[in-house]
Design a protein around this ligand. Structure first.
Ligand SMILES: N[C@H](CCC[C@H](N)C(=O)O)C(=O)O
Length: 276
């Protein structure tokens, strides 16, 4: 069958976006992996699927698949592209779009300058809700990897994140250490791994080794999780500019129990179609 899609990105974190409201298709993990291949397929970090909502109060259901074929709970850069996609494709004429995801309901707001602000919901810090194995909740945790001990923050934005504070992101062992922490047994669902350099209380640099995709040029939920971890550790104020290799996101978080707000761009690259 012929499947239409749009190639998009949020600060270089790239996506294949598929409208399964107007089209019908069933996507399987091996197909997602094949489509994600940057030589033999289309190539993307995540596949984003637009579906009709299960809850009539919501506008859409938003499903996310990593390049390795795993379906996951949340994708922040993808949420901004999702909003741009459904509006540009006239699947909605709303400027404020309510979306259900496996990681919880989120609200997408198209802004005047063509960007998108996403209410990502409140972060989860209770270890069982991340999930992360720890005797009790703490601002940071010691994690042993190959005989070395690292201090990490552990946060869920619907999807799990480990956050390390480093002196210089350019020197951080993102590939090697990120890959090891991604599959650490204390994270039963695996984990996204952020490496954060504090520039000031309102500015950080961040690189993220993503669960199921490896290092990406940007990670929206990773930026949110990094700010939450930094604030919980008393290192950051409530408005933070997060500089990722692909560009900058604005993150606002007032504190525990409050939603994390993320603002940034959403870019359409090309329209395509592929026979499945
Ligand atoms: N790799 C993530 C999903 C995509 C998150 C990222 N692309 C973002 O913008 O939040 C996970 O397995 O939870």
């Amino acid at each position: 069958m012929l499947l239409k899609f749009t190639k998009m990105h949020g600060l270089g974190n790239d996506f294949m976006v598929v409208d399964l409201v107007s089209q019908r298709a069933k996507l399987f993990p091996d197909q997602v992996r094949a489509l994600a291949d940057r030589n033999f397929g289309i190539g993307f970090d995540q596949l984003l699927v637009v579906e009709a909502p299960n809850n009539p109060e919501m506008d859409f259901c938003y499903r996310i698949f990593n390049a390795d074929g795993s379906e996951v709970e949340q994708c922040g850069n993808g949420a901004r592209c999702f909003a741009r996609f459904v509006y540009d494709k006239h699947l909605t004429n709303k400027q404020i779009i309510k979306v259900e995801t496996a990681g919880g309901n989120i609200e997408l707001r198209l802004t005047e300058d063509g960007g998108v602000t996403v209410d990502m919901g409140a972060p989860k810090l209770v270890p069982e809700q991340i999930p992360f194995q720890a005797p009790e909740q703490a601002d940071s945790y010691s994690l042993e990897v190959d005989g070395q001990t690292y201090q990490i923050g552990a946060v869920s934005m619907g999807n799990p994140h480990a956050v390390l504070v480093v002196d210089d992101v350019d020197q951080a062992p993102v590939e090697q250490l990120g890959a090891k922490i991604e599959v650490h047994p204390r994270f039963p669902n695996r984990v996204n791994v952020g490496f954060m350099q504090i520039i000031s209380r309102s500015e950080v640099r961040l690189r993220v080794f993503e669960r199921g995709a490896g290092e990406t040029l940007a990670c929206g939920t990773g930026a949110c999780a990094a700010v939450v971890a930094g604030r919980v550790q008393g290192l950051l104020d409530e408005n933070v500019q997060v500089h990722l290799p692909g560009g900058t996101l604005k993150i606002h978080w007032q504190g525990k129990g409050q939603p994390v707000m993320m603002t940034g761009p959403a870019t359409r690259v090309f329209e395509g179609q592929i026979y499945l």
